[in-house]
Every structure is written in C-alpha cells, then in structure tokens.
Design a protein around this ligand. Structure first.
Ligand SMILES: C[S@@+](CC[C@H](N)C(=O)[O-])C[C@H]1O[C@@H](n2cnc3c(N)ncnc32)[C@H](O)[C@@H]1O
Length: 267
C-alpha cells in the first residue's frame, strides 16, 4: 500500500513479498497482506489513481500521527530527526540560507495534520504554509505558532504563483507524491521554481518501491502509487530539477519500504 504509513511500511526485502499488496488499512501493523489487484497488461500503475477514492480514504482516517502514519507512529521521531539532519547538511554549504538564521518561509505540502510542521519545519522557518486537501487534518495545526496560510487543495490543483503564494526557501513534500499521477508530479514540480527564493530547495521524501522487476506499485487502499528511485529521478529530470543531495532514511523499522529524501533545485 501506499500511504506513507504503509507506504512507509511495506513488504520487506524479498521478491515474494513484493508480489503482494502490503498491509491492509484496518489492521496496519500486522504481517497480513492482501493480493495486488490484477492490472491489465501494459496499464501504468498510476493510471489507477482515483483522487476521490484517495480523499475518501484520508477523510475517514483519524487525524492523529498514528492515523497519518498508518499505524506506525514510532516512525515519526526517526523521520523528523533524519529530516533535520538532511536540512542541516544542505544549509551547511549554502550562501543564501546558512544555518545561523531561520528560513523566512517554508511550505509543508500534503501536510496531513502538520506533523512535519509541528515537529520540524516551524523550528527552522519563521512561517510555514500548509497545503493539504483534507480539512479535518489541517484543523489540527490551524492556529499553532509559526503556521501561515492553510490551503485545502490537492497538489495537482495548487498553483502557487498564480495565487500569490511564496516565495519559499523550502518546499517540503513528503509521503504524498504517491497520490499524484506521473504527469501531475512533473507539472506540480515544474510550477515550484517560480515561487522559490534564490538558493531555496524542494525536498521530496517518499517511500521507494523495491519491486523485484523495478516497477511502481499501485495501492488501492489509498489509491496511490509507490515509485522506484529510477522513476523519481526521471520525473525530476522531466521537471528540469537537479538532485543536489539525496539520502536514505536510516533507522526505519524492518519490513517497511525504504524511504529516500531528495533535495532539488532548478537546473
Ligand atoms: C500519509 S499522509 C502524510 C502526511 C504528512 N506529509 C506526514 O508525513 O505526516 C498522506 C497525506 O497526503 C494527503 N493527500 C491525499 N491526496 C493528496 C493530493 N492529491 N495532494 C496532496 N496531498 C494529498 C492526505 O490527505 C494525507 O494527509
């Protein structure tokens, strides 16, 4: 499956596991797996993405860390620490955004309940905007210190330049690009340079498919696609973004999908 939760969670390292969907939504942290639905030959996994089904799934999910992480709340601390270290590395070599000073403005994209804003982004940026389609999630972060604008839209519908958002020093997109089709990912990423400050970064942090045939995997539970590293790099290329730093998240519990962070800048 694919929510960052189970996205973050997964079939482990062996090929047999990759033939199965992961854990089902209602009993996430078990070893029970459901069969991958039959995909007609040649159909791209992302062609099965249904935004309405995804929003229905997320709207019915409890607005807690446990809910947005699919029953693996313990992953949050490890993830936030890894993200903090990753940003520190980026800033160490930055003339525009050195660590000595807070960033002016960041945005948390596909933010859920604002877990990342609350635990990390609001500590490193003066203001953090939130983009997240599910209002019951953003109600949890509304009014907290450092939170700026809250936009209840999907990333495929967010046009930050047209709507006067930014400029952003940091655009954090985690465990939600799987909800977009490949074309939508490229279009979304392609819109971002226009609202980035000089020397700013886009960070994409997502589960990676470790399918034995290097294929993306559709997950019908939250109607999402878990992509391979190769696919991500192709989408970044198509959006004319270069990878300036990338790192695997360390310390994730065994049996979950690998999680990789990519820092991107316009080519
Ligand atoms: C697994 S949660 C991750 C939330 C947050 N990024 C975190 O790491 O805590 C996935 C989030 O993606 C959101 N989502 C679903 N469809 C989306 C879309 N089209 N655009 C942006 N976010 C979407 C869900 O509502 C949910 O909040």
């Amino acid at each position: 499956m694919s929510s960052p939760k189970r996205k973050a969670i997964s079939n482990g390292d062996d090929a047999e596991d990759t033939k199965r969907q992961r854990i089902s939504s209602d009993d996430a942290p078990t070893d029970q797996a459901e069969e991958i639905p039959f995909l007609p030959s040649g159909a791209a996994p992302d062609s099965f993405i249904d935004h309405k089904a995804a929003i229905a799934y997320w709207s019915a999910t409890e607005p807690t860390v446990n809910g947005v992480l699919g029953g693996y709340p313990q992953v949050s601390r490890i993830d936030l620490q890894g993200s903090s270290n990753f940003l520190a590395k980026l800033r160490r070599s930055s003339h525009h955004h050195p660590s000595s000073k807070k960033l002016n403005r960041a945005v948390d994209c596909g933010a859920g309940i604002g877990r990342i804003t609350d635990g990390f982004l609001s500590k490193v940026a003066e203001v953090v905007d939130i983009v997240e389609p599910v209002k019951s999630f953003t109600d949890q972060i509304q009014g907290k210190p450092g939170v700026g604008e809250i936009l209840n839209v999907g990333l495929e519908e967010w046009h930050p330049q047209r709507d006067g958002h930014g400029p952003y020093d940091l655009i954090w997109t985690q465990w939600c690009l799987s909800q977009l089709t490949d074309v939508q990912v490229v279009e979304y990423l392609g819109r971002l340079p226009a609202v980035m400050s000089e020397g700013g970064w886009i960070v994409v942090k997502e589960n990676l498919s470790n399918h034995h045939l290097d294929e993306d995997v559709f997950d019908k539970t939250d109607s999402s696609v878990t992509r391979t590293d190769i696919k991500f790099r192709k989408l970044f290329e198509d959006a004319r973004l270069g990878v300036v730093l990338t790192e695997l998240q360390r310390g994730m519990p065994k049996g979950l999908y690998p999680v990789r962070a990519y820092a991107l800048q316009p080519r």
